[in-house]
Design a protein around this ligand. Structure first.
Ligand code: KIV
Length: 298
């Protein structure tokens, strides 16, 4: 467990208790969220003291090389959630419900959310959009599973929105986004992601909502921030949105390391003595005297 912000760690499990998020909003203390997709990234996010980890369907693009998040499956999110929860102990782990896993009916939404919690180890789930998702959020919350909402640019339905572009730039659409967020809150969501919306809209939503807002491309006035792991660490080569800040250039570091490894292998500089296993002297002598070693002698 991280020794960074331990104030909110539950005394039984070390896990950040869900109500702590509300208290953080009340105090104006920022909530830190990042995506992660496997055990090492879960462990590193925990060690860095982040509060929330999202097993995002952004994995479809940044991990699996797809053009969009739409093809991501529940089984993929389930597997990644299992990996992340093995690595992350203190942060709350939120599993993204992928496109097609919650739209059909409340029963479908509850059944799949239960799988992510029961088999995946998620603490909560996230669903996108207002509209019919409001009823789904209510149903999942009613089944005892915390739900995070997500409005603004919702990548699962980016085609309907006209592509991956900022939302809420007209007065009407801005009002609509805030209404959707309020409806999701009324449905019982414990927090709302605001993606790619003008900062004035995000500020108004944050003031209007009792639950915390988590911004991504939504300015500085949301209650917390989220970034995608590969975007912020600099090893996603696709288009990076303008709201991404790169905190490292791990892609360059990895290419540099692999290049030096390749050169060492080709030149014979790797492996060295310290990377190899030796035999005890007696055993070596016996081996060299034996029949099997003979053909190997030069
Ligand atoms: O899938 C994801 O990573 C997300 C974040 C961008 C909020 O939904």
């Amino acid at each position: 467990m991280s020794d960074k912000p331990s104030r909110y760690a539950s005394w039984t499990t070390g896990k950040l208790p869900l109500p702590a998020l509300q208290e953080m909003k009340g105090r104006g203390e920022k909530i830190v969220m990042v995506t992660a997709y496997d055990a090492p990234s879960g462990r590193l996010a925990d060690a860095a003291g982040v509060d929330l980890i999202l097993v995002g369907d952004s994995s479809g693009m940044v991990v699996h090389g797809r053009e969009s998040t739409v093809q991501v499956t529940l089984d993929e999110i389930l597997l990644m959630t299992q990996w992340v929860t093995r690595g992350a102990k203190r942060p709350l782990v939120i599993a993204d419900m992928p496109f097609g896993s919650y739209e059909t009916s409340d029963e479908q939404a509850i059944g799949n959310a239960v799988r992510l919690v029961k088999d995946g180890g998620a603490d909560a789930v996230k669903i996108e959009r207002g509209g019919t998702s409001v009823a789904r959020a209510k149903a999942i919350v009613g089944a005892g599973i915390p739900v995070m909402g997500h409005v603004g640019l919702t990548p699962q339905t980016a085609t309907v929105l006209g592509g991956f572009k900022a939302q809420g730039r007209t007065a009407e659409r801005a009002q609509q986004l805030i209404d959707e967020a309020l409806e999701l809150q009324a449905a019982g969501c414990f927090a709302i992601v605001l993606e790619a919306v003008p900062s004035t809209v995000a500020r108004t939503a944050t003031q209007a909502l009792g639950v915390p807002t988590i911004g991504i491309g939504a300015g500085a006035d949301t209650d917390g921030q989220v970034l995608v792991w590969h975007d912020m660490l600099g090893y996603y080569e696709g288009h990076a949105p303008r709201f991404v800040k790169r905190y490292a250039e791990l892609g360059d570091a990895i290419v540099d390391a692999l290049g030096r490894y390749a050169a060492d292998v080709r030149s014979g500089a790797f492996p060295e003595e310290q990377h190899t296993y030796a035999m005890p002297e007696e055993e070596l002598k016996a081996f060299e005297a034996g029949p099997r070693a003979k053909p190997l002698r030069r």
